[in-house]
Design a protein around this ligand. Structure first.
Ligand code: ZN
Length: 168
């Protein structure tokens, strides 16, 4: 396994539509292993192949139980509800923006051997599915925001969130 370099906003490869994975071979497995290691090291929530410069439809995500999920050729099947919260990206380091996403997202994807599966994500997972799948089509979350959040705005959001939880 190896840590790969994460490309940042402005790199052409982040703006390209990625190709479908058709070969579930050693090469793909090495890529997924490397993406897992790169994501763990960067302490991010998700990483898409174009972020390490590979234009293939592959994503790794940290799930609610801190496990690494691999999604090959992921597609959104259904979405519902709405959530609004700060979102960041390893390719836009140190910045946050307020993004509205569906609160519940159902996807289908293939595993590293080509087997299809479906899964549902809520809250952060749903946000992550949308964010990472957008990467595969050459889009970044910054297209959804009107400004980057200040540290104060991020802090205020999480304070309000805590207060809301307290009320429940
Ligand atoms: Zn991202």
């Amino acid at each position: 396994m190896a840590i790969r370099r994460i490309v940042t906003q402005g790199d052409d490869r982040l703006a390209k539509k990625c190709r479908t994975v058709t070969d579930f071979n050693k090469r793909l497995h090495v890529l997924l292993d490397d993406m897992q290691e790169t994501l763990a090291e960067a302490q991010g929530a998700g990483l898409a192949a174009p972020q390490v410069g590979i234009l293939r439809r592959a994503v790794v995500i940290v799930d609610d139980e801190e496990n690494m999920l691999e999604l090959v050729n992921p597609e959104i099947l259904e979405e519902s509800g709405e959530q609004r919260g700060p979102e960041g990206c390893l390719s836009v380091p140190g910045k946050w923006g307020m993004v509205t996403r569906p609160n519940c997202v159902r996807i289908k994807a293939q595993d590293r051997y080509g087997n299809w599966f479906e899964m549902e994500g809520e809250g952060l997972m749903a946000r992550c599915f949308c964010h990472e799948i957008e990467h595969l089509d050459g889009h970044l979350y910054v297209e959804h925001i009107d400004h980057f959040l200040t540290d104060e705005e991020v802090e205020a959001f999480y304070e309000e969130e805590e207060a809301r939880k307290g009320e429940r």
